[in-house]
Design a protein around this ligand. Structure first.
Ligand SMILES: Cc1cc2nc3c(=O)[nH]c(=O)nc-3n(C[C@H](O)[C@H](O)[C@H](O)COP(=O)(O)O)c2cc1C
Length: 414
């Protein structure tokens, strides 16, 4: 692919995008979901979390997608996730949505259930589509209980309730997390889902729950709010959800009337989503692009591409070609909260955006992921306190503090 120098096409990234629901996103840069671990013990969003979104809101992004918010306190992904089950945190949620949207960004709440990868070890037995433990090392992973159809109906109701509360609190809509090996992604996976009822077996059955959740959420929040889905282009795992089937899921989501599909990849057993498996910038920038292009040739569903995108030249190239509609950035926002403003005002098109330093622990992907989370969690606190550029120089020291903080928080969660 030939990359142009972004200077002449920099309008692409600052052009507004009208979503099917009627909401306009002011530009094409979105902060992708990053778990902030800044909930209160009660599950409420904390004031630090609200301050973090004030900083990000001022940073120029067209859309801010929150870190994953849990729909059920019996299963969360990281300690101190925000958990929204009922109206008790509405006021704090309103503060959170206003903080992010005050300068014009569209605030979207990502909603999630971890399924069989719920945090342990003190949590009650996790649940999953089938009673199969993930084939990944991890002290927190254990054999889940298979969900009954009544449990599934309850989960559908919970996704819907959390979405309704998000919109009631001022969020423009929700993103349903169906990627990265969490519950809805587990249902899609032929490895994790070996059910013999109408939620398992055929591809149509495995995608049934996701499509039901999308339909329920849309019915509850109405045609004028955003319903987005984050989907794996593939699980990057032999026997997992493959690219061809993922494309079929995307087309079904298009028919179901979603507003925005975010394309990602990987799970706990094969963590491709944070680029651990790739090396060159060009490769990283392209890891989900091929899929996006294939989908675009078959559908006009607005697409967001996230994962390793690091140069303005590349962003303008893929926007100009119409391959995708929104550029998702995760880790650069954890280093520089106003990275979107830098892009919009036209930084050097070929310059790579800063992101977290690699903290390599050879052969230990779960530990690498844990350290990444810890490093980022510490940075989110620093950004909330007004730091504009987190310096990589302090990474090791930050990591030591972060490790202690995150572990302490994990121990006080229960
Ligand atoms: C610290 C951290 C937390 C993350 N939490 C979430 C999350 O809650 N939900 C989600 O869908 N993705 C999550 N991700 C993945 C990002 O949304 C994104 O897909 C990934 O970081 C790749 O984009 P990037 O290369 O621009 O960072 C997280 C990533 C990081 C680094």
């Amino acid at each position: 692919m030939s990359l142009t120098n972004g200077a002449s096409s920099s309008t692409a990234i600052d052009s507004p995008l009208l979503l099917p629901c009627g909401i306009t996103v002011p530009n094409r840069v979105a902060k992708a979901a990053m778990s902030e671990q800044l909930g209160e013990r009660s599950g409420a969003p904390s004031q630090t979390l609200t301050r973090l979104y004030s900083e990000w809101g001022r940073g120029g992004a067209g859309m801010l997608i929150t870190g994953n918010v849990m729909i059920d306190r019996r299963g969360y992904v990281e300690p101190r996730n925000v958990i929204i089950e009922d109206e008790r945190h509405l006021e704090a949620l309103g503060n959170w949505s206003r903080a992010g949207s005050r300068a014009g960004a569209v605030m979207v709440m990502q909603i999630n259930h971890p399924g069989r990868v719920a945090v342990g070890p003190l949590q009650r037995r996790p649940v999953g589509p089938s009673a199969l433990r993930p084939q990944a090392p991890g002290f927190n992973l254990r054999r889940p209980r298979e969900l009954s159809v009544a449990d599934i109906t309850d989960l559908r109701r919970r996704f819907t309730r959390t979405a309704e509360l998000a919109v009631a609190a001022g969020f423009a809509g929700v993103q349903i997390h169906a990627a990265h090996g969490y519950l809805l992604s587990q249902f899609l996976s032929p490895i994790a889902n070996q059910r013999s009822d109408h939620y398992g077996g055929s591809p149509e059955n495995r995608r049934r729950l996701l499509l039901e959740v999308v339909a329920d959420v849309r019915a509850a929040i109405g045609p004028g709010a955003i319903v987005s889905v984050k989907l794996n282009s593939a699980d990057f795992q032999a026997g997992g959800l493959d690219e061809a089937e993922s494309l079929d899921v995307a087309l079904a989501l298009d028919r179901a009337g979603i507003d925005l599909l975010e394309i990602s990849g990987g799970n706990y057993e094969a963590p491709a989503m944070t680029g651990v498996v790739t090396d060159s910038t060009r490769e990283r920038e392209a890891y989900f692009l091929r899929y996006a292009q294939e989908l675009r040739s078959r559908s006009l569903l607005p697409l967001m591409l996230t994962g390793g995108v690091r140069t303005l030249a590349f962003m303008n190239e893929v926007l100009d070609r119409g391959a995708v509609d929104v550029i998702g950035l995760g880790r650069p926002f954890a280093v520089r909260p106003n990275v979107a403003a830098d892009l919009l005002t036209g930084i050097d098109a070929a310059r790579e955006l800063p992101a977290a330093p690699r903290i390599p622990v050879p052969g230990a992907d779960p530990l690498n992921s844990y350290l990444q989370l810890a490093w980022h969690a510490a940075n989110f606190r620093r950004i909330a306190s007004g730091v504009q550029q987190v310096r990589a120089r302090g990474a090791l020291r930050t990591l030591a503090t972060a490790g202690t903080t995150v572990t302490a928080r994990a121990l006080t969660q229960f």
